[in-house]
Ligand binder design. Sequence first.
Ligand SMILES: C[S@@+](CC[C@H](N)C(=O)[O-])C[C@H]1O[C@@H](n2cnc3c(N)ncnc32)[C@H](O)[C@@H]1O
Length: 262
Amino acid sequence: MENFASRYQSVLVPTIFVPWAKELIRRVDMKGGERVLDLGCGTGVVSRQIAEAGLVPSALTGVDHNPDMLGVARALFSDDGIKAQWIEADAAALPFDDDAFDVAFCQQALQFFPDRPAALKELRRVMKPGGRVVFCVQKGLDLNPMLRAQASALDAYVGEGAGAAVRAICSLPDEEVLRHLFEGAGFRAIDVDEVTLELHHPDARAFAAGAMGGMHTGDKLSGLADSKIDLAIDAFLTGLGKLFDGTAMRFPHVSNVVVAEA
Ligand SMILES: C[S@@+](CC[C@H](N)C(=O)[O-])C[C@H]1O[C@@H](n2cnc3c(N)ncnc32)[C@H](O)[C@@H]1O
């Protein structure tokens, strides 16, 4: 049976997470032979983009606490000369020695860590001094109209509070709070940049269905009658307003990008 991780991979990853992974990789001047950590790796999109960019780390390690996500990552990564490993662990208790990594990526995951200060301290411990980390963390619903439309459609049709899963994506929007978290963990040269990617999908109905199904609410959504799922999709598309042209959709997707040194 299709699980949450494979639904997440099918629509959300190509539309949203591949463009962000390219953006993050562009911001770190990676050299061959470095040891790279992909923290909260999900289905491994950042690691695959590193490989696709022709960068060859000496070791590539994806960490996630969800075994289904790691299963998809493992299945999709073709090693082509890159030594990759996929480790199930909590971000606040990483099973690695001190100074184990030169570069770390953490794409749209910090906001979900239950103890963010502990996770960042743990990341700093496993980074070599001077190692670079790059994160992206979604800004608020006010700046992200696609997520706003999705939250209201889920609240209205999948049940009260279903939109909470979308609001959680936007639960760490503030630049100063982020800066403070990184400073508290001992990172330096901290740069926080608000970045907007203009994203699109040629088939907005397919995106709406995939986006709502690719969240933890997906099981609840697929349990609804088809007519109700259609209503939820209609509400999502109506909520997009002018971002939906009747077939395709274009939307700004806004995150803080943090680059810092251990
Ligand atoms: C929105 S997904 C992002 C995944 C991936 N970085 C991407 O760009 O597609 C957030 C990921 O963080 C993981 N995660 C959440 N809390 C975690 C924790 N405490 N420790 C490790 N991973 C965690 C989730 O399982 C999920 O795969």
